[in-house]
Design a protein around this ligand. Structure first.
Ligand code: URP
Length: 384
């Protein structure tokens, strides 16, 4: 499997396909073209200085007679974990904080209104180890932990909504841990939090050792820029999870993730994009980058020898629109900031065109699902 040496599918296609073929391949793979966004030169210069990739795109929507365009910019941040996992916890956290602060500065230069970081962004993805210490020490209060306070400062300084996915320690409920995204308003106030609803039980993702299934349902956050929701990582494999955020009115659903190439890279371009189409909303898929090595060996329950690394986190963060188009992905092998301009009017335009909300027959599925989950349910199979 490709590691850090292979940058992206887009780069490979551009390198080998003649222009006419490339255009057709892109039309079929990516849908209608996204326009490149003009970002300030000083933002590119700062990104070069800080050694991360910066890309900008815009999705157009049709002009309407009554509604004005509802334009906003989202920023997706993907990053590698800069220090070895055995570095003291506080040093790791403060180094990542400083790195992200620098990227947020560039996002501000690019006019970003809502920024989202990757899943558990302040820590190595240590859930493969099944060890508790020191990894549980990365957990923080969603309301007033160090990370939330940093995000509040950034939100206020830049007038930006910040989505901060962390490992949460809930001090008010017995110190239990959750996989949580904190949503901070552009005023700097904590607007609320949402928790990961589905916990992976696949490969090295042994996350049920650390926290429980979210108990906050499918909240949607009304921000100054639009209605947003957060479907954390493994939740993207669950169409009903996307659907419930959409039913509650989400216009943009963020999917902060941590996933590796040997497991999910072929699913990655499909799932968030399909959710954007099926739910008439924008989706933003974010994945971390690079390899993470842990001090002690662990096994993967698949007969392989014990090892100390998780596999390759392939980045490739992207935004998908309700008309099925999508941006190119950020690189597989570099930290990056993807700035995308959205016109939220496209959500209702696609709803009117395809009408999935009208044709969805939710009452039929509600009835059938209510039956199917009963212990005495017998599947409806027609036999000769
Ligand atoms: N973090 C997480 O839920 N990863 C699970 C693997 C995947 O969903 O691709």
């Amino acid at each position: 499997m490709a590691g850090a040496d292979w940058q992206s599918l887009e780069q490979c296609l551009e390198k080998y396909l003649p222009l006419a073929d490339l255009q057709e391949v892109k039309r079929i793979l990516y849908g209608s073209d996204t326009r490149r966004l003009d970002l300030p030169e000083r933002a590119f210069e700062a990104a070069r200085q800080c050694d991360f990739d910066l890309q900008g795109y815009a999705f157009p929507a049709a002009e309407e007679q009554i509604r004005h365009p509802r334009l906003l910019r989202v920023g997706l941040v993907q990053h590698r974990i800069p220090l070895p996992a055995k570095t003291p916890v506080a040093e790791q956290v403060s180094t990542i904080h400083r790195r992200i602060e620098a990227i947020v500065e560039v996002a501000a230069m690019c006019g970003v209104n809502i920024i989202c970081f990757q899943e558990a962004w302040t820590m190595p993805f240590a859930f493969c180890t099944r060890e508790k210490l020191p990894w549980t020490e990365f957990a923080e209060s969603a309301e007033d932990g160090l990370t939330t306070r940093l995000c509040q400062k950034l939100a206020k300084k830049h007038g930006m909504v910040v989505i901060s996915p962390i490992l949460e320690r809930d001090h008010d409920h017995g110190d239990v841990l959750w996989n949580t995204a904190v949503v901070i308003s552009n005023s700097g106030a904590v607007l609320g939090k949402t928790r990961k609803n589905h916990i992976p039980r696949v490969g090295d993702f042994n996350e049920s050792t650390y926290y429980m299934e979210g108990n906050l349902g499918h909240p949607v956050f009304q921000t100054q820029f639009g209605k947003i929701a957060v479907n954390i990582c493994y939740g993207r494999h669950h169409p009903l999870n996307w659907l419930m955020y959409s039913i509650n009115g989400a216009e943009i659903i963020f999917n902060p993730s941590a996933t590796t190439g040997n497991l999910s890279e072929s699913f990655w371009p499909i799932e968030a994009r399909n959710a954007a189409i099926a739910n008439h909303c924008f989706t933003c898929a974010i994945n971390r980058v690079g390899e993470e090595h842990f001090p002690n060996e662990f096994t993967s329950g698949d007969g392989r020898k014990a090892h100390k690394d998780f596999g390759y986190f392939y980045g490739s963060s992207y935004v998908a629109a309700p008309d099925g188009s999508r941006t190119p992905g950020l690189p597989r092998n570099r930290d990056g900031l993807l700035v995308t301009e959205l016109d939220l009017n496209l959500c209702r335009q696609m709803n009117d065109l395809w009408s999935f909300k009208m044709t969805g027959r939710y009452e039929m599925y509600a009835r059938e699902l209510a039956e199917a989950v009963k212990p005495n349910y017998s599947p409806h199979i027609v036999k000769e």
